[in-house]
Design a protein around this ligand. Structure first.
Ligand code: NDX
Length: 245
């Protein structure tokens, strides 16, 4: 399953490196209302399996597995992110309606990845009892928390660019947007590489790689969009990685 995720990452990269995936600011016909769902509904439905599948696997495992602490904690970190993405993010988003076709594939992807990460951590992973003090766990956890902080803060800054009902695009300001156009994406990538280091597992590295291939190019397309649309767009701002790219 991890290898397939890696292959999907490469497919994603080859499909969306030149042309962006068609939702949000990269949709071709922005006003066409057919074939799409309000953003709140779409993000909730799409992300729900990423929370539900591992949470159910964790809850239903019989007999309940209490040890080692590392497995449980790591699975909870994954669910924690998707609790935010499913139950908090969608209810505040002011995004445009989301295409049904992408929603369908996005949901399939979230079922697949939720199962892979949850099943691996609950049924396959084996960690020593002192994994919580291992440098891989502690440094990965720190990166995960840092990335999550950046991601949530950047999501908030983007949301504040619009009043309710507004659909226009403005230049994002503040936080890590001072340095990069894709601050929310940068946070998410750091977060999942942190998770991969903390779990030290193939499924988590495959997912971090997928995230990089999925939203890395999207950050680049956002950056080009801003440069084309706003003549006063800050020239020193990079696409994804501060001061580098
Ligand atoms: N959902 C991850 N590929 C994806 C949906 C699409 O969570 O079949 C990947 C995810 C899926 C994709 C998912 C997987 C691959 C799929 C793809 C569809 C096809 C593809 C399934 C599951 C596929 C193969 C076959 C190869 C497998 O109007 P608006 O909506 O643009 O408004 C936006 C607003 N905003 C602004 N407002 C004012 N002024 C501005 N300048 C603005 N700029 C933006 O802010 C939105 O309301 C909001 C955020 O917009 P944007 O575009 O910055 O972020 P967005 O892409 O919508 O992501 C939102 C958050 C973000 O924090 C990001 O990190 C996270 O979700 N995310 C997103 C995508 C994937 C992902 C995380 C991950 O891989 N971990």
């Amino acid at each position: 399953l991890s290898s397939l995720l890696g292959a999907l990452a490469l497919l994603q990269l080859s499909l969306y490196l030149r042309v962006p995936s068609r939702y949000g600011k990269h949709e071709e016909r922005l006003c066409r209302p057919r074939g799409r769902l309000p953003a709140r509904c779409a993000w909730f439905l799409q992300e729900l399996p990423s929370f539900l599948v591992p949470a159910l696997l964790l809850a239903l495992r019989s007999p309940p597995r209490l040890e080692p602490l590392g497995c449980r904690l790591l699975c909870c970190l994954f669910c924690w992110h998707y609790f935010y993405r499913t139950f908090i993010y969608p209810f505040f988003t002011r995004g445009r309606p989301f295409p049904l076709q992408l929603l369908f594939f996005g949901t399939l992807f979230c079922i697949y990845n939720g199962f892979l990460q949850g099943y691996y951590l609950i049924y396959c992973a084996e960690y020593p009892n002192d994994w919580c003090t291992d440098i891989r766990f502690t440094s990965g956890l720190l990166l995960f928390l840092l990335g999550m902080g950046i991601n949530i803060h950047s999501d908030l800054l983007l949301r504040q660019l619009r009043k309710p009902g507004e659909v226009t695009y403005k230049i994002p300001q503040g936080g890590l947007f001072t340095y990069v156009s894709g601050a929310n994406y940068f946070g998410e990538i750091v977060e999942w590489f942190g998770f991969a280091i903390a779990t030290w597992s193939l499924p988590a590295f495959a997912f971090a790689f997928f995230t990089l291939c999925c939203i890395g190019p999207r950050a680049y397309h956002h950056h080009r969009y801003y440069l084309k649309t706003f003549t006063d767009y800050p020239k020193s701002r990079k696409a994804l990685i501060p001061f580098v790219f």
